[in-house]
Design a protein around this ligand. Structure first.
Ligand SMILES: [Zn+2]
Length: 104
């Protein structure tokens, strides 16, 4: 079975084969055949990077020792909060499962 299908180019309107690749281009005009999906994927990638960059304070060598300690504390607090929420969620799931078993 072939994965190929036909797609109409959003730019020039000509039909061409495509293999459902996200960055496939029109063979006639070179436009991306699935620009919204490509944009969405790119946006997603950028967002993930941004979240990763913003979620922790960068500790610079040139920072004041107090500032470094403060940043380390904030980073630790953020990590602990995330970890704590995961643990609470896990405990709730366990309790619900146990409760379900008892009720049976
Ligand atoms: Zn085209």
């Amino acid at each position: 079975m072939s994965q190929e299908s036909e797609i109409k180019c959003p730019s020039c309107g000509k039909w061409s084969k495509w293999t459902n690749k996200i960055d496939e281009r029109c063979p006639y005009c070179g436009a991306y055949l699935d620009a919204p999906r490509l944009q969405y994927a790119e946006q997603n990638r950028l967002n993930t990077e941004k979240v990763r960059r913003d979620s922790y304070l960068v500790i610079n060598e040139t920072d004041d020792p107090i500032v470094q300690m403060f940043k380390q504390f904030v980073n630790w607090l953020r990590w602990a909060t995330f970890f704590g929420i995961s643990v609470i969620y896990f405990v709730i799931v366990i309790v619900v499962v146990l409760y379900g078993l008892v009720m049976l």
